[in-house]
Design a protein around this ligand. Structure first.
Ligand SMILES: [Zn+2]
Length: 357
């Protein structure tokens, strides 16, 4: 317990230092914003490859740690008795997590896609003639619905076959005893309901992770490819908070999917390494990769648009919609109001983060 407290203190200290560094460097940077130049970025007065590399290595470590803390926080909250799935506080944590996911889609990923696909570095025809971002986001929302509904009907079909077979067998063996057959199917339907709900949570958790990954890699990539310490320094702190928050959102969804420890660990690992991986990739490609090249703009813009559609659909339909229309919140107006406050807190925090990354 004591070591846990020490760790917590260390994390807070780290956050404090990081936010201070961000603040002081943010001030010196103000007013230095140059109009976007296509091709390679000019560092202005702030261009130091060695110093930038040192900052990036610090960033890799601290972002990794913060992502892990963020995503593990809701998962380990299972140990706390007040956060068991049937308690009210659990519903509030879930509402907060859903808000974070919603804001990630609307406030981070969607605007990024607009920035890319509407960039002055892209030819006017066709990129400025047609709203590609919203078009791709719309298609991806439909695709997510298809994954949702097909996986559900596949599961229902499979489990109904499993139910019919044994009950038929019972009937045949007992010479058509109605009572046993009836009782058996009733239990099976109850199990099926629970199973399909769990399957839904699992599909949501996995597809969600996929939707978040694109944004996480891209913010790492743009940091890794930059040689400008003045822009990297505030980004380190911003991305740390960003991943902490987003991790909490994802962690809340992994929690309700009730995976075994192995799959949980894989999902935590996968989420935590995405941004550091993006930074490493950016460092490796920094001579080749340019944020403003037409290829990078189009690829990143389209990927962001499709994850925006996915995240918006999932947050509204699978997370918020199903919870707020579900029996728990519908049966308790007071809890419903608190849940809305939790959603607004999650949305507000993540929206604030959009100022930096
Ligand atoms: Zn972001």
């Amino acid at each position: 317990m004591a070591s846990y407290n020490k760790l917590l203190h260390a994390v807070f200290l780290l956050l404090l230092v990081l936010s201070f560094v961000a603040q002081t460097s943010g001030e010196s940077e103000a007013g230095a914003a140059a109009p976007p130049q296509c091709g390679s970025e000019s560092g202005g007065g702030c261009h130091n490859k060695a110093h930038a590399l040192k900052l990036k290595i610090i960033a890799i470590g601290s972002i990794l740690v913060m992502s892990m803390i963020g995503v593990c926080l809701p998962i380990f909250s299972r140990v706390v008795p007040a956060l068991q799935p049937d308690r009210d506080l659990f519903a509030l944590v879930k509402a907060f997590a859903s808000g974070v996911i919603l804001a990630t889609g609307y406030m981070h990923v969607m605007p990024d896609s607009f920035d890319c696909l509407r960039s002055p570095c892209l030819p006017i025809n066709p990129w400025h003639k047609f709203p590609f971002t919203t078009f791709v986001a719309m298609l991806s929302a439909i695709l997510t619905l298809m994954v949702d509904s097909f996986s559900m009907s596949y599961y229902k079909k499979k489990s109904s076959q499993l139910i019919v077979e044994p009950s038929e067998r019972v009937k045949n063996e007992t010479g058509g005893l109605e009572n046993i057959g009836h009782c058996h199917t009733n239990v099976a339907v109850g199990l099926d309901e629970k199973g399909s709900q769990l399957l839904r949570y699992r599909v949501v958790a996995q597809v969600l992770e996929l939707g978040i990954v694109v944004h996480s890699v891209v913010i790492g990539l743009s940091m890794g490819a930059s040689d400008n310490p003045c822009t990297i320094r505030p980004l380190v702190a911003a991305i740390c908070f960003h991943q902490l928050f987003e991790g909490m959102g994802l962690g809340g969804c992994i929690l309700q999917a009730e995976y075994g420890n192995k799959i949980k660990a894989i999902m935590v690992f996968f989420f935590s390494v995405t941004t550091p991986f993006g930074i490493v990739l950016g460092i490796g490609l920094s001579n080749v990769y340019s944020e403003n090249s037409p290829t990078a703009l189009i690829v990143v813009g389209l990927l962001n648009a499709s994850s925006a559609g996915l995240l918006n659909y999932m947050a509204l339909v699978d997370l918020l919609g199903s919870d707020f229309m579900g029996p728990k919140l519908q049966g308790n107006v007071k809890l419903q109001i608190w849940a809305y406050i939790a959603v607004l807190l999650g949305v507000g925090g993540m929206s604030l983060m959009a100022k930096w990354a």
